[in-house]
Design a protein around this ligand. Structure first.
Ligand code: NAD
Length: 438
């Protein structure tokens, strides 16, 4: 096993974790890592910190923790930085986000208040509900160069040997790829022409890829999900993945729907609604920004249920999703799902799910895992779209030749097999014939 392990470069030195957007999710993530380091909390929800993977045949009874199986950066080696148009340091931003209690935050204040956002590349036309003073100036080409300098400057200042970027900033207005997104040459020409279709998240992704830094996209923004940046990532040997952290309602959907489909139960409707009152909810209250999120959330059921293959079961399915900004709830989102299912002889049944979740508490461990796995991919020489990280995304970025995989359990098998593969362990196919034929 060790001979294969050596194929992945070791996680020596410090890892810069660069976060465009230092709001609720980013600060809950940073605070959580600091709390774990100080023995004040547990990294619940993080596979890299808590999960075991089975190795070899079932009869071998061999398991390893993911963090022992593959060489991952240790939490002590992470150095946090980021950008935000709002100049609050991470302690102030976390206090305003009201995800963690004031008592909890007070204990973490020294570590959090040191982290101050760099001036952001921000465009109010793309996120209308936000105002910010901590913003860079320049043409798109100049802004991209400034981000590249920020990355280098941050790594030098903090003596980091590697970096990874996880987008934790707001959801941008909906956008379809245009001609300027189709090739590296067209994209760079659009940069030089200061083209309005190049949105800020694309500049961060471009800067990361040009700097050899893996880019993981936690919002549904197009960001790096278009031919030009996919081509650039492959050409420069950089890992990318997205889109949109799979946390509350969509996580439930990708747990429940594969189960119902596996038992060949039909479905006529899935009605999902949410109320939330954080800044993310405020941004999504703008129809252009909600459209980006809606497209991301709607794609899930279609792929899991395959209505074309099973028209008797799923062709009449009505899938509706709405999000309502309701201030009193803050980050504590409430989601309702009504699922109209159909059983034997066409008899209807209903399932109701009422999920009282905490958005950023669910998202924070995903940010950690993506940062550590993104860095692992870089050290393993993996480039382009990292589909094995689909497990973490609502709308997984995928190669043009295949459909995205949404089923959480298929995604988990893929992720674990990828880890086994990296260290030369046998891939598990669950055939089990070696036990039954003994
Ligand atoms: N929490 C979840 O469960 C969850 C799930 C999936 C996706 N997301 C996405 O994660 C992102 C962050 O969510 P949040 O709850 O932390 O939101 P938030 O509003 O608290 O934080 C986002 C931050 O990004 C900043 N920002 C906006 N545009 C920026 C830019 N161009 N550059 C740098 N910073 C910028 C904002 O000022 C804000 O501080 C959102 O896009 C959200 O849709 C969250």
């Amino acid at each position: 096993m060790d001979q294969f392990k050596s194929k992945v470069a070791p996680a020596d030195g410090k890892l810069a974790v660069l976060l465009p957007g230092m709001g609720a999710v980013a600060t809950t993530f940073i605070a959580g890592v600091e709390a774990v380091k100080a023995g004040l909390g547990k990294p619940i929800g993080s596979l890299t910190q808590m999960a075991h993977v089975r190795l070899g045949k079932r009869s071998e009874k061999r398991w390893a923790m993911i963090k022992d199986l593959v060489p991952l950066a240790s939490l002590d080696d992470l150095v946090f930085g980021g950008w935000d148009p709002i100049p609050d340091d991470a302690y102030t931003a976390a206090t305003k986000a009201k995800v963690l209690s004031p008592e909890h935050l007070k204990e973490l204040e020294p570590a959090l208040s040191r982290i101050k956002p760099m001036p952001a590349v921000f465009d109010k036309n793309v996120v209308k509900r936000l105002e910010g003073s901590n913003v860079k100036k320049g043409t798109k080409r100049e802004l991209a160069s400034q981000l590249i300098q920020d990355i280098r400057g941050f790594m030098d200042k903090n003596k980091c040997s590697r970096a990874v970027m996880v987008w934790c900033a707001s959801t941008e207005a909906y956008q379809e790829p245009g001609p300027e997104h189709q090739s590296i040459a067209a994209f760079e020409k659009a940069l030089d022409a200061d083209h309005p279709n190049i949105y800020p998240s694309q500049l961060y992704a471009y800067a990361a890829i040009m700097s050899g830094v893996p880019y993981l996209n936690g919002a549904p923004n197009m960001s790096c999900d278009f031919p030009a940046l996919v081509e650039l990532a492959e050409k420069r040997g950089v890992a990318i993945a997205g889109k949109d952290f799979k946390t509350g309602q969509t996580l439930m959907k990708t747990i429940i729907a594969p189960g119902l489909k596996a038992r060949m139960l039909g479905m006529e409707g899935w009605f999902s609604t949410n109320i939330l009152g954080n800044r993310d909810g405020e941004v999504l209250d703008d129809p252009a920004n909600f459209k980006t999120k809606e497209v991301s959330k709607l794609s899930v059921l279609e792929q899991i249920l395959e209505p074309d293959r099973y028209p008797e079961l799923y062709s009449n399915l009505q899938h509706k999703v709405s999000i309502h900004y309701y201030k009193p709830r803050g980050d504590n989102k409430e989601g309702w799902d009504n699922i109209d299912i159909v059983g034997w002889m066409g008899y209807p049944m209903q399932i109701k799910v009422n999920f009282l979740c905490r958005d950023s508490i669910l998202a924070a461990p995903i940010v950690l895992d993506l940062a550590l796995f993104g860095d692992l991919a870089a050290r393993a020489g993996m480039k382009g779209i990292q589909e094995w990280l689909s497990f973490y995304f609502k709308s997984p970025q995928h190669a043009a030749s295949v459909y995205p995989e949404h089923d959480l359990f298929v995604q988990k098998v893929r992720l674990e097999n990828n880890l086994r593969y990296l260290v030369g362990e046998e891939l598990i196919n669950y055939l089990g014939s070696d036990y039954t034929n003994e």
